[in-house]
Design a binder for this molecule. Structure first.
Ligand SMILES: Cc1cc2nc3c(=O)[nH]c(=O)nc-3n(C[C@H](O)[C@H](O)[C@H](O)COP(=O)(O)OP(=O)(O)OC[C@H]3O[C@@H](n4cnc5c(N)ncnc54)[C@H](O)[C@@H]3O)c2cc1C
Length: 337
């Protein structure tokens, strides 16, 4: 099989790698309009999560992903710099939080209370991925496979070209494939606007912040502040620096750049001052658009001549962490073991 993968973010790179490892696949062509791989992921904080999930499928995705990230050497938890027990502490008065966390935890985590905040949470072995390093590992594996063609700096035109397995690019190039995998992140709606079934896919705004701070007791893991929709955690690679994402999501928006809303800023400052002390300083803030699938499997369309198109996208804004699980599902749908 000759397969095109559109989008070289965490998800596209992972799918491309899995395809290239299969005997059923002869060629993998990875398209991205940017000149470098990794999509949005290079500018994100990276993935750091304890193993928990909200649904059986989510849990399966996480299990597949952890195993795969460890196998390719992308999980940094064994490196000294990253070695730590990581906690995720849920600030919530909702007693069901405990049950939800324990119910989906599959490892041997400890349910505990954060001494600083009094929040309940889960302490488990860290699972840390640096997106830039992950991209380098995957590109190395792809190049070594002998089946890989990087078509970076090539914008694909959709959706007409994709309908019959032909990939048209903006500079007039045209190529036929046996299958097409679309992993275009939040741009998926532009590419596949008229594809039936696309309704399962949504975009959402997420706000990203960086703070420095001097908390009396350093954070021991991720603080999840449900009231403000905030996730706050130390950046492992930058001393005294903290990353925050605010998930008071705005859905179904086009990709946009710019500054977060005043409401998001206010929430961010409240959370920062609570956890990082009154001297907390804002160093960066950005608005992102991510994709979101609500419990749906990757979307499939049957193209002419028995060809297939699979669209695979992040789930619950955890596209880096869940990429291998999602990629596995995409490969299964293409019948690639
Ligand atoms: C603030 C913030 C914090 C986050 N924290 C985490 C976290 O801790 N853990 C985690 O797992 N996830 C996290 N995420 C989510 C994660 O970063 C994303 O889900 C993930 O990067 C999405 O990867 P992707 O490959 O699906 O898409 P992207 O990385 O967006 O890649 C899509 C690629 O497709 C390319 N493309 C689009 N259209 C075309 C076209 N027409 N032709 C050619 N190429 C095209 C783009 O150039 C891009 O490179 C966070 C997100 C945000 C915003």
């Amino acid at each position: 099989m000759r397969i095109a993968v559109i989008g070289a973010g965490a998800v596209g790179l992972t799918v491309a790698d899995m395809l290239a490892q299969s005997d059923a696949v002869a060629e993998v062509h990875l398209f991205d309009r940017q000149t470098e791989a990794a999509g949005g992921a290079t500018s994100y904080a990276g993935a750091s999560d304890v193993p928990h999930g909200w649904t059986e499928r989510h849990r399966r995705l996480i299990e597949t992903s952890m195993e795969w990230h460890r196998a390719v050497g992308a999980d940094l938890a064994d490196e000294d710099r990253y070695r730590h027990r990581t906690g995720t502490f849920w600030r919530s008065d909702d007693e069901r939080s405990d049950a939800r966390i324990l119910g989906f935890a599959y490892d041997t985590p400890v349910l505990t209370t954060d001494a600083r905040t009094g929040a309940r949470g889960l302490l488990g072995d860290g699972y840390v991925i640096a997106p830039g390093r992950l991209a380098r590992i995957l590109l190395g594996r792809l190049r070594a496979s002998g089946k890989f063609t990087a078509r970076f700096g090539t914008a694909v035109e959709g959706p007409a070209g994709l309908a019959d397995g032909t990939v048209l690019d903006a500079s007039g190039g045209r190529d036929d494939f046996d299958a097409v995998v679309v992993a275009a992140g939040p741009w998926v709606t532009e590419l596949l606007a008229d594809l039936p079934g696309l309704s399962g896919l949504r975009t959402k705004q997420v706000y990203g912040y960086r703070f420095t701070g001097d908390p009396r007791d350093p954070l021991t893991g991720t603080v999840v502040d449900l009231e403000h929709g905030a996730f706050l955690f130390p950046q492992p690679t930058v001393p005294d620096s903290y990353a925050m994402s605010i998930k008071c999501d705005v859905y179904d928006v086009p990709v946009a750049e710019g500054a977060p809303s005043a409401e998001a800023d206010e929430a961010a400052w409240t959370v920062a001052r609570t956890h990082l002390g009154p001297e907390a300083r804002l160093t960066a803030r950005r608005i992102f658009v991510d994709t979101y699938t609500d419990g749906s499997i990757p979307l499939v369309a049957d193209l002419s001549g028995g060809r297939r198109l699979v669209c695979v996208s992040g789930t619950h804004g955890s596209g880096i962490r869940l990429a291998p699980g999602l990629a596995r599902e995409a490969c299964d749908l293409l019948g690639v073991a």
